[in-house]
Design a protein around this ligand. Sequence first.
Ligand SMILES: [Fe+2]
Ligand SMILES: [Fe+2]
Length: 195
Amino acid sequence: MEMQQVISNLNLKEKYFDHPSHIHGINHTYRVMVHAYILGSQVLDESGQKSVLAAAFIHDMARKHDGYCTEHGGWAADNKLPVFKATFDKLGINHWNIIADAVTSHSLYEEFPAVHPSWPVTSVLKDADALDRFRIGEKNLNISFLRHEFTHEMIDFARELYLSTVNLNFRSFTEVLQHAKQISHQNKRPWSNIL
Ligand SMILES: [Fe+2]
Ligand SMILES: [Fe+2]
């Protein structure tokens, strides 16, 4: 399935979230999907790019609260991945082990070794999630934890994306990508033509 098809079918609804919230809800998830899409285009093959979008889509859906929690990734893999499997499958996304590993480990401190088959997708999800830490304060992005060189080039953009979307409501992931394209274009970001 074409990437465009994938993008137009990954639209979030508040009812998908066990704990709808401004901190870990729809807008945060859409921003993480944007970061995962851009970073994925640089460091993943096509199958990995699709898997990381699916993983980002569900990664915080099973949170029970907005506080520190290492378990909500595992809950999302157990309870949300099955809900969306048929949707993902229709879009040609079916690397379930990799998606489950990425979602589970996004809330854990431990990292996969770089040779592990789940490392590429997991590392992109974790960097994409980290890029949206501006929402809980500028100091919360610890750049020494970033796993990809390219992620460092996205930090200013991540701040712009957060500040420009915090009070907006989006109807679709396509709309969020259009917004991301606009602010990327204004600031001449090298990825503006892939959005
Ligand atoms: Fe999370
Ligand atoms: Fe998150």
